[in-house]
Design a protein around this ligand. Sequence first.
Ligand SMILES: [Zn+2]
Length: 389
Amino acid sequence: MRLAVASVDRAVAGNLLFGLIVGLLVTVSAHAPAPQLYCPPLPSITTQSAMLKVKKADNACTIADGGYVKTNTSYRLHIAVEITGDCGTSKSECSGLPVVCSCVPSITYIRTLQQSYLRVNGTLRGSVAANPSNDPTIQNYDTETSTNTTSAGASWLTLSEGQFLYTSLTNALATPCNLEPTQFPHDQPVTMHAMACKPEWFTGGSPTVNFHGPPTGTVTIVVPSAAFEDARGPAQQAAADWAAALGRTVTVLPGYNTCAPTDPLCISFKNDQGTQPGDPVGCASFGTASYDPATGVWQGSTSVRFEPKWMGGHADNLRRTIAHEIGHYFGLFNRLDASCTYSNTLMGSTSRYAVQAPASGTALGPTASDEAALPNSTYGNQVRSTCGW
Ligand SMILES: [Zn+2]
């Protein structure tokens, strides 16, 4: 080293001193802290999702939003929630050569749940306490497990007929830096229809569509000739029943008329049931038209087809039969499930024929089960899922 040289003159000593200072500076700068990266305070950032699910008690099926469930059957509610959050301060961490610094959160909080509240049609039915196992990422509050439930009302539901809207609200436990929000509704409220009779829809095509008449406009039923005069009065009753059920106009034209072949809002009577190859089994049927393959809407006029001997039949039997065939026009199919009876749906078969009066208690017009199946299926190919049958 230069410092080991025994004799030096002033100039050499000056150069040495300069070199030493530069060397020290270089040495010092190589070991100096990296430039501080300014790290701002973290905003309160949370990601959270909360799913409300309704399942049949034996886990056989999960109810789709807008779906149909069987009355007098037990269902349970699940809440699955995932919440995490970063908040507080962030810090600079540096590494590597060249040195790279970045800001990282100093605190990551896993949020846990305090309590969830469940409402049915807006009425509080119960609350679900925090899961004792405190799974940090996903908490499944299975209300089947009584330890997680503070109210029996939320866990097992035996439903009467009607429409139910399930909503819920969840509280998250407070964190030291107060992550927001602390209370939030679940992402997907669940609406479902409880029905006595399993719904069946008149479907076909590829992709599958629900065949049905246009969702708006006056539906007109025409009597083509004097041969069908016995059906006029019953048709007027059937039309009035469907009009009331759907809140739209369904009417029988006075006099004798025919449908324009291209009019999907027109239904006429025919007496050719059972005379054509491939006719469905039965004493009456619904004569279909072509349909829009994208929507299932009839593209031409349709018909109620009777076996000729129907004229002169019992007025109530005619009324029910016409209403049943109009049910096909609107998108319902025959219902053969054991849950369906003569009284809880119009769309089952009948035990009486033509001149006989319907059996006592037989529904002569659309029932609550028939009405409920239509708004969510016929008018837009919406939810057609069922659970509980
Ligand atoms: Zn039928």
